[in-house]
Design a protein around this ligand. Structure first.
Ligand code: 3HC
Length: 287
């Protein structure tokens, strides 16, 4: 099959990243079936997609007909068996290797044998996921950035056993859904998080050390470096728990203290301050 012939994509997990991936594919004209663990989460995923599509219409990025067509291409369920007829799978479940392995194990039984199995992991080893399936040459990383509906980048990750055909297929498909692809090898953090995580950790340590206020750290980076958001605002967007997890995985891999999550970040997660998704992080979102 050619990437142009992909008619239907399966997305496993419809949280922050999964819902964005569903939206991107549907807007590009591809049918999408997504799967969540229960009906309540299926509904929440659908609401997140509807909200983002409504915002795209408000911002003039999509007309109402385009929104309705995209929504009509999307179906959600709590049964992985509904992915039996898809041409490509992108998994975006929680960042836990054992959970992802379980999902991949089920997918290899449910999907057609030629179907590529991609993971949206930001840090976990593709080689290990691939080795847990019967088609390691067809397993790869497709790492989207938050918010997936807006960010242009797609990191394509080659595991040790991923074939050249798989990589070429994925890059062409990525372009078809409007992303610019970059290729990285299977090492924790790939390109972007390898650079981003120590930067974010330094900003948190700087705040904890009292060097500057959170507002001034963010303004310094926005206005002095031209970033669209300061690091503490960005952490609230990514989710502090996600950032701690990514940090821990990088630290495990490289044992360099700059990857170790700073104490303040760990304490905030322990207190339930996870960023936008919990209503409070470095900033307050409760209103
Ligand atoms: N659909 C389509 N387009 C939309 C949209 C939507 N739902 N919402 C907004 N837009 C468009 C706007 O029209 C605007 O387009 P323009 O530049 O052509 O005018 C653009 O997106 C920016 O919109 P806004 O000015 O309204 O800004 P927002 O506050 O909505 O969003 C942002 C801004 C895109 C989040 C921007 O602040 C940004 O780029 N921040 C940095 C995000 C980032 O770094 N993400 C990566 C995180 S790391 C990661 O994901 C890796 C993980 O593994 C940890």
């Amino acid at each position: 099959m050619n990437p142009e012939d992909v008619k239907k994509v399966g997305v496993v997990g419809c949280g922050i990243m999964g819902s964005g991936i569903v939206e991107v594919c549907a807007k590009a004209g591809v049918a999408v079936a997504y799967v969540e663990v229960d009906d309540e989460r299926v509904g929440r995923g659908r609401q997140a997609i509807e909200r983002s599509l409504a915002r795209a219409v408000e911002k003039g990025k999509l007309d109402e007909a385009g929104r309705d067509e995209a929504l009509a291409r999307i179906s959600g369920s709590s049964d992985l068996g509904d992915l039996a007829d898809v041409d490509l799978v992108i998994e975006a479940v929680t960042e836990d290797l054992a959970t992802k392995k379980d999902v991949f194990h089920s997918l290899e039984e449910i999907t057609k044998p030629e179907v590529l199995l991609a993971t949206n992991t930001s840090t976990l080893p593709i080689a290990e996921l691939a080795a847990s399936t019967n088609r390691p040459d067809k397993v790869l990383g497709l790492h989207f950035f938050n918010p997936a509906s807006i960010m242009k980048l797609l990191e394509v990750i080659r595991g040790l056993s991923t074939s050249d055909e798989t990589i070429q297929f994925a890059r062409t498909f990525g372009e078809r859904i409007g992303k610019t692809t970059v290729l990285a090898k299977d090492r924790a953090g790939f390109i972007v998080n390898f650079l981003l995580i120590p930067f974010l950790n330094s900003a948190v340590q700087m705040l904890d050390d009292g060097v500057a206020t959170k507002e001034d750290i963010d303004a310094g980076v926005q206005l002095g470096l031209g970033h669209p958001m300061g690091p503490l605002t960005l952490l609230d967007l990514i989710g502090l728990d996600t950032a701690v997890h990514a940090s821990n995985v990088l630290y495990e891999e490289f044992k360099d203290p700059m990857y170790s999550p700073p104490t303040l970040l760990k304490r905030m997660v322990a207190a339930g301050y996870l960023g936008r998704k919990s209503g409070k992080g470095f900033y307050d979102y409760s209103s």
